[in-house]
Design a protein around this ligand. Structure first.
Ligand code: ZN
Length: 151
C-alpha cells in the first residue's frame, strides 16, 4: 500500500513538474507569469517560450508590456492560421493572445508575432474595440523583427 502511494505521489510530482515546465513561462525576476495552453502542435509551447526570451533580451520594453497585458497564450491554430497570431476580443479573457508559430527556424518571427498581438491586447484593454488598429501593431512587429535580427 505504501509503495503504491509512493508511486502515485511520484507520478503526480513528475506530472506537476512537466506541466510547470511546459505550460508556463515563468520569470520571477521580472514578475512575469504567462500560461501557455496545451497544444496539439508538439513543439509549439517551447517555441513560444524561446520567442518570449528573445523578446526579453532584444526588446525589453515590449517584453515588459507582454508581462503586463498578456497572461495566457493559446498556441493552437486559430484565426491567425499557421505561423501566425491573433487577438480576439470575443475571448473570455482579454489578456489572452493566440500564437501558432511552431517553427524553430523562425524565432524572430515568433517574437515579432507575440509583440504584434500584445499590441492588440493593449489597444483593446486601453481603448476597447475602437482602439484596434493594425498599423500601430505592424509597426511594433517590424520594430521587434529588426531588433531581433540586429541583436
Ligand atoms: Zn493584427
Amino acid at each position: 500500500m505504501a509503495k503504491r502511494l509512493i508511486k502515485i505521489f511520484l507520478f503526480l510530482a513528475i506530472a506537476g513538474f512537466v506541466g510547470y515546465r511546459y505550460f508556463y513561462y515563468v520569470d520571477r525576476d521580472s514578475n512575469c507569469f504567462i500560461k501557455i495552453k496545451p497544444s496539439y502542435l508538439e513543439f509549439s509551447a517551447s517555441n513560444i517560450k524561446e520567442g518570449i526570451k528573445i523578446l526579453k533580451y532584444a526588446v525589453p520594453e515590449e517584453y515588459e508590456k507582454l508581462c503586463i497585458y498578456v497572461d495566457t497564450i493559446n498556441p493552437n491554430i486559430s484565426c491567425g492560421g499557421f505561423q501566425g497570431g491573433c487577438y480576439s476580443f470575443y475571448n473570455d479573457n482579454v489578456k489572452e493572445i493566440d500564437i501558432s508559430t511552431a517553427n524553430h527556424d523562425f524565432l524572430s518571427s515568433t517574437a515579432s508575432v507575440i509583440a504584434h498581438e500584445t499590441c492588440h491586447a493593449i489597444q483593446f484593454q486601453t481603448y476597447g474595440r475602437e482602439g484596434i488598429d493594425e498599423k500601430e501593431c505592424y509597426a511594433v512587429g517590424n520594430k521587434v523583427m529588426t531588433a531581433v535580427i540586429d541583436f
